[in-house]
Write a new protein. Structure first.
Length: 216
């Protein structure tokens, strides 16, 4: 019951920030932005998971760094670095599992997508003379695609869909910021982002159930 109430508050605050952003006092926007993340972290930390403490700990640390990234994204490179660290901890979590191999077609799609985005976005940033930012963007792309790659290993649909949504959210953000303005950018970026983080947090329960079945 308590989990359902917490989940309802996460959805409520998330939707409020996404669709009523313009009505929030500018001094409070960053606070409202991280409230859903604070609740998601609390949910992940209070989840009772059997025999996957390392997975749970890595996910929680990843969520914390992503929340810091939310708050510091106004200083883009600082926020990007914090998100990158968060993804590294997600990779640690997903890599600690080995429930299934990554199919060749999934590897191929991720590599192809990464190459297309790198050429499109990084080349645009490089042409503007931002060499350091170009390197940072390329590094971030590599890490987030690796995160998606390793998520498949978990057999958790929540982890896999969450990772894919994160890639979608960051791709939309990158194109909107560096290439061209996209419609409903705030709504699309934040909706996919919150859904991604929530699903990754919920994967703690799902992966715990997967491990329990394997042990039995």
């Amino acid at each position: 019951m308590a989990r359902k109430i917490l989940l309802a508050f996460i959805i409520l605050f998330g939707l409020y920030y996404i669709f009523f952003f313009s009505h929030i006092d500018q001094r409070l926007t960053l606070i409202f932005k991280i409230i859903p993340m604070i609740l998601i972290i609390f949910m992940a930390a209070t989840t009772k998971a059997q025999s996957i403490k390392k997975y749970q700990l890595f996910i929680i640390i990843g969520l914390v760094f992503c929340m810091i990234g939310d708050y510091t994204l106004q200083w883009f490179l600082i926020g990007l670095t914090s998100f990158l660290i968060g993804h590294i901890f997600y990779i640690f979590a997903f890599s600690s599992t080995s429930e299934q191999p990554v199919p060749k077609w999934a590897k191929g799609l991720l590599l192809l997508y990464g190459a297309i985005m790198a050429i499109w976005i990084a080349s645009t940033v490089f042409k503007s003379g931002e060499t350091v930012l170009t390197v940072a963007v390329l590094a971030y792309m590599s890490i987030i695609l690796t995160m998606g790659w390793t998520a498949i290993r978990t057999r958790s649909t929540f982890a896999i869909i969450g990772a894919i949504l994160f890639i979608v959210s960051d791709s939309y953000l990158a194109v909107n910021k560096f290439v061209m303005p996209l419609p409903f950018s705030h709504e699309v970026i934040m909706l996919t982002y919150y859904c991604a983080q929530l699903l990754i947090a919920l994967s703690i329960v799902q992966y715990s159930e997967i491990r329990s079945k394997v042990v039995q």
